[in-house]
Design a binder for this molecule. Structure first.
Ligand code: CO
Length: 267
């Protein structure tokens, strides 16, 4: 490794292309002198080898985290000088997003919303499991404290979690999580299996999974209690296509208890 411009991590230059080498060198210097052990090691080395020679992958990660913060903060401050000050005071989102952990489906970017505008929960294959305290806690906070008006379950076509659930291979712990999708597959097996194309089968199950999770959200005591006290709350089912960036409404919008199955309706 001979200098900051030769970072072996390609993602660094994609994320932070605006940092000039000189600026990066300056930040590198401040970063490598932050902690005592590193400080000693780096100053000893730099005497003999020069700054460029002592750079490690760890250093690059620190540089990029720092520079990333600088770039992002400056960019936002330019268009809205009070942005961070206002954001730090409160969050007031109208939406709760329940989506897949897949790195290609980030909530804010897909719906073009700023930080503070959408509350987010993500897990593998955007599941809402009746006993998942993590997801239920997010829903409770969003509905009871933040008073969101919309809960969006958003899946995506070609979801790896859904695809894996359709296979009969063993993958360890995650198979237990994916059983929930297998249950949906079993309920719609005839309809799915009659399709010939494998990706069409996966994509249909991706849609059916979203519809099932919308129902699961509505079946929670949290959502039903909100409706009971007259709180305005709509649950939506959307699906996103990574290939063309199009968001599709699956038209399974639920706004009141009359629209859920009688079995799950609480009086
Ligand atoms: Co996914």
């Amino acid at each position: 490794m001979t200098g900051v411009q030769t970072c072996a991590l390609p993602i660094c230059s994609q994320l932070f292309p605006r940092i000039e080498e000189k600026e990066a060198q300056k930040i590198l210097q401040s970063v490598t002198h932050d902690s005592e052990p590193e400080k000693k090691a780096s100053s000893d080395k730099s005497k003999d080898e020069g700054l460029a020679e002592q750079v490690t992958i760890d250093d690059f990660m620190k540089i990029d985290l720092r520079t990333g913060k600088i770039v992002a903060a400056e960019k936002v401050k330019k268009s809205d000088p009070d942005f961070f000050q206002n954001l730090s005071k409160q969050q007031n989102p109208e939406y709760l997003w329940i989506g897949c952990s897949d790195s290609r489906v980030p909530a804010n970017e897909i719906v073009d919303m700023l930080p503070g505008e959408i509350f987010v929960h993500r897990n593998v294959a955007n599941l809402v499991i009746h006993t998942d305290l993590n997801c239920l806690s997010v829903i409770q906070y969003a509905v009871e404290v933040l008073k969101v008006k919309h809960i969006i379950v958003c899946g995506h076509y070609g979801c790896g979690g859904v695809q894996t659930a359709m296979e009969n291979k063993e993958h360890g712990l995650i198979d237990n999580w994916l059983q929930n999708i297998k249950d949906i597959y079993r309920s719609h097996q005839a309809r799915i299996d009659e399709l010939e194309n494998e990706s069409e089968k996966v994509n249909l199950l991706c849609e059916l999974n979203v519809i099932e999770q919308v129902a699961n959200v509505c079946h929670t005591t949290i959502v039903q209690n909100a409706w009971k006290v007259g709180q305005e709350l709509t649950v939506h089912g959307w699906i996103y296509s990574i290939e063309d960036g199009i968001l599709k409404d699956l038209d399974v919008c639920i706004t009141k208890p009359d629209e859920i199955s009688r079995t799950h309706r609480m009086k």
